[in-house]
Design a protein around this ligand. Structure first.
Ligand code: HEC
Ligand code: HEC
Length: 426
């Protein structure tokens, strides 16, 4: 397990914990409003002795939504998505679309009340499920990505564990296809690229617990019981979250594909060859548009979408632009309409060009060279490996240079349309 027992004087630790909270609070009041484009908020002076569960809840709200008015953000047709990125996948409000993951809807008001059960309530049941016992046995030597052995004893500890080790318990029906619900598509929240620090995770869990009923708050005790140490005792965790560059979330032509993918969070759902943050996304297809886009255009499913007046692309480039600007136009078979619809407000024309060029240059060989493959639900099936006769390294290299030649032709010959005209359609 990555956590060590912390030693030191309690008073010092408590002081450190408060300092950490203050540091993180300061970081949030500074950068989040700018990132989300909300009106800047005045920095709030906080009395060190007065950090309350309510403050943690508030901090959690901002980490999750990037705003204290998520419904207002939704009403503007945008995604309320903060640093934690949970609403990319989880549904927190009835008004929000996103159904591929367990919902996190609160129950206070109609019609949410009809749902009967909140995540807080569900968490207590999870640890009693026979599948949780099975997972404990199966992962007795430690889950491979986090090193954690599942050991939550209470609902709150289960919520904490879910962030550090999504594979420790995978909700039935929500695992990656073909893994019998043993592999979760959820990223590890304390690792890059999301990388929340311990206190931020406690804040997020505080929010989940207190949203329906403030008396349900146990997050800090849960964290400490789960890891057997004081929250904030680790020096590395005491550093406030790394600050992201300030500015509205718009992809610019001056940025690299890696920067755009990071800023726009494409990596949360897609694997993309050659992009270091995009190695695990499993909600949408592997983005090898040098291979995929032409095949999609030819497919009967795409032709049907064209006939129905929904899809309009005629070249690979148009297809990729359409997929980003108007994701509902065509749903890749094997997937759901889960991509957010607000990217059309978030790209400059040149920023879109940078990303589209990059995606069109990725193909099966590039994916193999980066150790990536299609998801089990992609109907094309796994990528065929090059002939095994040759030494693998060589085979991959050869295949890559061949495909590079092919790409040059493909990209330059694809009747390029003015992206701006295309965006205008949406
Ligand atoms: C890329 C998509 C994705 C993101 C981002 C994501 N999750 Fe998840 N999450 C899932 C999926 C899929 C599951 C169900 C599979 C599983 O149990 O791991 C899940 C499961 C969970 C569970 C267990 C649910 C239950 O009912 O047992 C919790 C709690 C949770 N997520 C919290 C969060 C929080 C908090 C964040 C943000 C800090 C977050 N998730 C970000 C996809 C995501
Ligand atoms: C919340 C998850 C999510 C995020 C974030 C996301 N996508 Fe997607 N994307 C999907 C899903 C699911 C599909 C398949 C369903 C569909 O066709 O809409 C998809 C489909 C696509 C396709 C079509 C792929 C093909 O091979 O046909 C492209 C291109 C694409 N996304 C690009 C992007 C880019 C670029 C970003 C970031 C700017 C992004 N996506 C962010 C979920 C996501």
């Amino acid at each position: 397990m990555a956590k060590k027992k912390g030693a030191g004087i309690i008073v010092f630790k408590v002081a450190l914990w408060y300092c950490t909270i203050l540091g993180i609070f300061a970081a949030y009041t500074n950068w989040l409003p700018q990132i989300r484009g909300d009106a800047p908020e005045a920095a709030v002076a906080i009395d060190v002795s007065a950090v309350t569960p309510e403050m943690l809840q508030e901090m959690g709200e901002k980490i999750i939504y990037g705003s204290h008015d998520p419904l207002g953000v939704l009403a503007r047709g945008e995604g309320p998505i903060g640093k934690g990125q949970c609403p990319l996948c989880h549904r927190f409000f009835m008004e929000q679309k996103a159904d591929r993951c367990p919902n996190m809807i609160a129950l206070k008001t109609e019609p949410q009340k009809l749902l009967q059960v909140s995540e807080e309530a569900r968490s207590h049941e999870r640890v009693k499920e026979p599948r949780y016992e099975e997972a404990k046995k199966r992962l007795a030597d430690g889950e491979k990505d986090s090193g954690i052995v599942p050991h939550a004893e209470t609902g709150g500890q289960y919520l904490i564990e879910s962030e550090y080790c999504p594979n420790c318990f995978v909700v039935e029906g929500f695992g990656l296809k073909g893994t019998n619900d043993t592999v979760s598509p959820m990223p590890i929240i304390n690792k890059p690229p999301i990388q929340l620090v311990d206190t931020e995770i406690v804040a997020v869990v505080s929010y989940l617990q207190m949203r329906d009923d403030p008396s349900k708050w146990t997050a800090k005790d849960d964290w400490e019981a789960y890891f057997g140490e004081e929250l904030g005792a680790n020096e590395e965790d005491a550093a406030p979250a790394e600050e992201k560059p300030a500015g509205p979330p718009v992809a610019l032509g001056s940025e690299s594909p890696e920067e755009i993918v990071t800023k726009m969070t494409c990596y949360a759902c897609h694997k993309i060859p050659g992009i270091s943050v995009a190695k695990t996304g499993a909600i949408g297809p592997l983005l090898i548009e040098g291979t995929n886009s032409a095949n999609r255009l030819k497919s009967p499913e795409y032709q049907a979408a064209v006939k129905a007046g929904k899809a309009h692309a005629t070249t690979p480039r148009e297809y990729v632009i359409e997929s980003i600007m108007d994701p509902g136009a065509f749903i890749v078979p094997g997937f759901a309409d889960d991509m957010m619809k607000d990217f059309k407000h978030k790209f400059t024309v040149s920023g879109l060009d940078v990303l589209v060029d990059y995606l069109l240059a990725q193909d099966e060989a590039a994916a193999l060279a980066d150790g990536m493959d299609r998801l089990p639900n992609e109907k094309e099936g796994p990528i065929k490996k090059p002939e095994a006769k040759v030494d693998t390294g060589e085979a991959v290299a050869k295949n890559k240079s061949m495909s590079d030649d092919k790409q040059t032709v493909k990209v330059s010959s694809s009747g390029v349309i003015e992206s701006s005209t295309f965006i205008g359609l949406n």
